[in-house]
Every structure is written in C-alpha cells, then in structure tokens.
Design a binder for this molecule. Structure first.
Ligand code: DGL
Length: 274
C-alpha cells in the first residue's frame, strides 16, 4: 500500500474539535479531513442512513489514499463503525483501518470517576444506540451510566448561537434533566463533537464538583498509543505535518462556518459522495 494521510471524517464541522486535539499531539502526521456538510446533521437520522453515508465517506477517503480513517463523529461511531469494521473492511481492503471515538473516550474513565456514576450528553442517535453504556459496561461493569439527548445543541452551535443568552436555557435544561436522572454523577462526558464549543456554558450550569470531559484530548492520546502498538500502520501514515480539507458542501461555506470551530486559514475542496 502507498503511504498517505490519516483520514478524519465527521458529518460536518464538529470533527474539527477532534482534529485540533489530534494534531496538537501528532503534529508531524498528515491529515485529510472530510465533512459531509451537505447531509449534516446525522444525529437525528436512522441507523441505515448513517451507515450508508459513513460507508461512502470512508470509501472516498480510502480512494484518496488514506491508509486509516478516524470516524470523528459520535453518531457515525455509534451507528456505523461496527458494520464497517466487520462487513465492509474485509471486502474493501483488510490492511486498512477504521477507528471510532467512543471507545477512546471511555477508556480513561476508570481514573476519572470516583462515585462510579457517569452522565453522557449526546445527540438523539448516539443516546438511542446505547453505545456509550455498552462500551463502558464492557470495560468497567461497576460504572452506572445515564444519558440525555440534547438535539438542539448542534443547531445552536452551527447557527453561531453558542455564546448567546438564548443558549443558556437549552444548555441548563439538558444538564438539569441529566442530573435529575442520577444525582451521584461526578463525571459528564460531552459525547458529541460539537459540544466543546458550548463548554463555557455547560461548565457554568454544571455543579463544580462534577468533571466535564471533552473527547479530543483522549482520542489524540489513544491514537498516539495505537501508532506505538501498530508500527505497520504507522509506517503507512505520511508525516509532513500537512492538513487538507474536503466537504460535500461548497468550500466557501465550509470555510466560513469552520471558523466557529477552528482558528486557522484553510484551503477546502468540494467533493461529492455516493
Ligand atoms: N458530529 C456529530 C456527533 O459527534 C454531531 C453532529 C450531527 O448530528 O451530525 O455526534
């Protein structure tokens, strides 16, 4: 296989919060980001549709030379990762890899929660999939997990309302709902890539003894560790420190909205997925 960049896929812009943290920990690697902005959001879509769209994106990133793709989207990780790994990958190219971001996020929980009660804030799709409780139970069966779907948080971020006064009501409502389900929660996971943009407000309405966990740092740590354990994959990842961007929307629109998530002047190419 010819070496190439690491593919980072998200339904839209949210994966940029993951990409920044991965690049901070792996600055020497090359990355190719793909946002399916024309079909976002995925959070309210069915399993079948999220799988179909994600599978198309992964194939495109493979075609464009990526030896490995990270699904930097919780909804895609929850609804499509397993099928892509088990059914698609053996047919497309068993030497390539597709990894998600749910497992890396929960791997470190053991050292974080003391009460062993954890809360998940995520899209409706991720919450309905039960992926977080299932992954957590596999690793730490003694942890109790409660979830709350926050369907309006992604639109709030994408409409540039994350810092507005109107956002407070919706942020507070979902945090209160979650804490009412389990008052022993001492750790909140932001299980959607858009939510770090709401971090200040989430922190403001979360009691100070509760830790608020964003994913990027843990995903980066886990990928560094993966490369150390898999030198055969590491050799296939090119390392010149470049980062390119693809979108299914117009490149200009992507650039404009990406600035909410990403403080960098970027070149964006528009592509079609099918
Ligand atoms: N990026 C998605 C996630 O992390 C949220 C956006 C969407 O609904 O497409 O779940």
């Amino acid at each position: 296989m010819i070496p190439g960049p690491i593919g980072i896929f998200d339904s839209g812009y949210g994966g940029l919060t993951i990409l920044s943290q991965i690049r901070a920990q792996m600055p020497q690697y090359d990355f190719l980001y793909l946002g399916d902005n024309a079909r976002t959001p995925y959070g309210t879509r069915s399993f079948e549709v999220v799988y179909e769209f994600t599978s198309q994106a992964v194939k495109k990133l493979f075609e464009m030379g990526c030896p490995m793709v990270i699904l930097a989207c919780n909804t895609a990780s929850a609804k499509a990762l397993r099928t892509i790994q088990q059914i698609d990958l053996p047919k497309i190219d068993p030497s390539k890899r597709v990894l998600g971001i749910i497992r890396p996020t929960v791997e470190y929980l053991d050292d974080i929660t003391e009460t062993r009660h954890v809360g998940i804030l995520a899209t409706s799709g991720t919450i309905k999939s039960q992926s977080y409780p299932l992954e957590i139970k596999k690793l730490f069966p003694d942890i109790t997990v409660s979830g709350e779907a926050c369907p309006i948080w992604v639109p709030l971020v994408e409409c540039g309302e994350a810092k507005s006064d109107g956002a407070d009501y919706f942020v507070r409502r979902h945090i209160d709902n979650l804490l009412a389900k389990d008052d022993k929660i001492d750790t909140l996971i932001l299980g959607c890539t858009h939510y770090p943009i709401l971090y200040d407000k989430i922190r403001q309405y979360t009691p100070s003894h509760i830790k608020v966990i964003t994913q990027g740092e843990y995903v980066g740590k886990s990928l560094v560790n993966y490369m150390e354990r898999h030198p055969e994959m590491d050799r296939l990842c090119t390392k010149q420190g470049t980062c390119r961007f693809l979108t299914t929307e117009s490149g200009d629109i992507f650039k404009q909205y990406a600035s909410i998530f990403f403080d960098e002047d970027i070149q964006v190419q528009s592509i079609a997925l099918k």
